[in-house]
Design a protein around this ligand. Sequence first.
Ligand code: 5AD
Length: 355
Amino acid sequence: MAYRLVEELALKRRLDTDSYRTLITASANNDAVFAHLRDKAAKTAITKFGYGIFIRGLIEISSYCSNDCLYCGLRRSNIEAERYRLSDEDIMECCATGYDIGFRTFVLQGGEDRALTDDRLIPIVSNIHGKWPEAAITLSLGERTDDSFRKLFHAGASRYLLRHEAADESLYNSLHPVQMSWSNRISCINRLIGIGYQTGMGMIVGLPGQSVDSLIKDLSLMEKIQPHMIGIGPFIPHRRTPLCNNRPGDIRLTLIMIAISRLMFPDALIPATTALATVSSTGRKEGILSGANVVMPNLSPVSTRHKYAIYDNKVSSAAEAAENINLLEQELNRIGYRINYSRGDYNTDINHEQI
Ligand code: 5AD
């Protein structure tokens, strides 16, 4: 039964709610079904992208956050969090270092820092775009106004990551402060797509209070929105948050959701996330073998990396560090993959240069 559902999903790219439930439960409990699902997902990625894995240089530009998400170590209530903001020069230096290593995507990520106004960000984006026009600029800076999204797009950003975190509205509300609204988050994602951004969404697996039905809602929401990029990682508790005593998310369930997402969206750019690499030393590799085709090494200044602590023990060394690209290449080689140094835009021929 579950095997047939894998085939059906690969063919139709969607299942009904009951079938998703059957497939998720069977994959969680039966090793052979789990292996079959992952194998099908990995083969689907190979058919589309070959054995090349895209890399994105992640620059964590600010650890300040005016938001208060219950799961995140950078929440404003965490008065012990170490706060920093990179200067324009720091950011340009990170890009220059990354460009020399071979990165052709820079991801500027940060908390919802009120100091990151349009006046501050637009020159940064346009300077990067002007200096390295062949590189893609991805922003991951939380919810902003439509006007701001547009201005940043016109300044040269072409991609935006804004995870929906949880499609189940009551689960979402239980994990976010009242000032945040689920509907605004979803409308931000829709607006980003409308503007023309390659847009990423995604969820945290294993959030306290999350059920299999919540995860099915995540799949249904993504089916409706049709994102270009999908970030999925396990929940990892942070000691200075209200969720500090909760259990981390299950790695196997995370891999199941990655594999199902790959079968639903064969063209999507799906990272093997840092959270996966943090919960398991083989997490990154397992993500790729479940259909992921992107990794996002850390390109932030080494001195600030430990301060961007969204969860405990976040890895930023070894193959997770941009300067150790050779370690990443070796790790990929060991499972038959390699780095694809091209920009890796959504669904364009550029992607296929190095297959
Ligand atoms: N565990 C796992 N993922 C987390 N994120 C934030 N806090 C945690 C946590 N404790 C994720 C959110 C956010 C992304 C940058 O990191 O999904 O969008």
